[in-house]
Design a protein around this ligand. Sequence first.
Ligand code: 5BU
Length: 490
Amino acid sequence: MLAKHESEMKALAVKLFEINAFKFGDFKMKVGINSPVYFDLRVIVSYPDVLDQLSNLLVEYIKQKKLTCDHVCGVPYTALPIATLISIKNSKPMLVRRKEAKDYGTRKMIEGKYNAGDNCLIIEDVVTSGSSILDTVKDLRAEGIAVTDAVVVVDREQGGAANIAENSVRMHSLFTLSYLLNVLQEAGKVEEATVQSVAKYIAGCQIRSDGTFMSDQPKIVNEFSRTKMRFEARADLAKAKIAKDLFKLMATKKTNLCIAADVTSTDEILKIAEVCGPHICLLKTHVDIIENFNISFVQALKSLAEKHNFLIMEDRKFADIGNTTALQYANGIYKIAEWANLVTVHSLPGQSIIQGIKSVAANVESRGVFLLTEMSSQGNLINDKYKEGTIKMATEGLDTDFIAGIVCQSAECFAFPGLIQLTPGVKIDEGSDNLGQRYNTPEFVVKEKGADIGVVGRGILNASSIEKAASLYRDRLWSAYCDRVGLSAN
Ligand code: 5BU
């Protein structure tokens, strides 16, 4: 720990969280079990200011610890840019360890100029069991290079320090996981419950350097499995402010029903909003099907949203380049940006579509998008590669603070608990319409398919009493959610 630079340390910890260099969720680890916390420091190469700040603090830390060396060597690959900066700032030559020996020329594992007997300081990004450090140490020692110390950015506190100490290497960590968690809690970025869940997991999951667990049967409870978590806890993990708000709204109002107000007159929509308002978390529009759109309609709809505490989503399914989408979102007759809290967006054009919308959003905190990852219609052309790319955009892209959720049909689509799954194609009588729409029951979409919010249009709109139908769908969707997370429905 670097006491002298506490405020910089804290600022960097928060920054790393904000750029998704570490996140909470349900992650598959190398050691074969899932973890509730995941570090991915590879992203820092996209943020030169963060990389610079981090390397400055590491240089200070090395000075404070009085670690002297002839060379520095980063554990491949994530730590390489960090080690490069330390090498330059400390004027210490670098060594590079290959991951595989070349199959031509020299079969050297270590690149750079050195002499047997030189001393090398190891630089690593994140330590779990310490096995990656030990692989690098082995190759350096095979060349006669002495290794006694390793400087790491984050120690996950799962046994790594002890494992490498057994091989006569001292570990010095700039951050420990507990320090990072405390800083995030102090900064109001995560709740105490989240910190406790991670702590419980780490305590129950100590690992040896060969990847086996310390206890015969590690008691690993990952409390961050998306479909098992309650909305309140997921609000804490959400990156987008609007997703946090929607999770909380659902939990307080006890509803995960979105009504698709697919009617063509403003009066009809306002009637739906007035009558069904108390039962819904979200009212979804297709503004371009309205025959008599006008600005006073928008004002009336916004007042009803406030009165009954629901959000408005325009299901516009934007799909153009960033600039055109920005114009479509903010301008024209509808001026969607002014009244829709959320809009749906195709990931097809790539990251730029999100940037376009975000650039003209009325207020980034009260706006956001849902990315379409799967569709309910028969024969749609979305494939696995497209889906993977979409989820990557929602969890690792530059605008995760603007992505509230995913429109999809299955729980397998994504694991991150901070995103909301919105699932259309819901009806008490399953089946299909005559234009390719496919329906599943509220229980099936929530319990089997991972839906957080169920979208119901004609199931309610065609009922003799839309108020009663909305109340019925609300009860069925909410009970299914309660069952799923182990809550009592009342
Ligand atoms: P329905 O009347 O319950 O079939 O209405 C479903 C609504 O959800 C409708 O507004 C569609 O445009 C919307 N929808 C959908 O049905 N399927 C999808 O995959 C997506 C949106 Br994305």
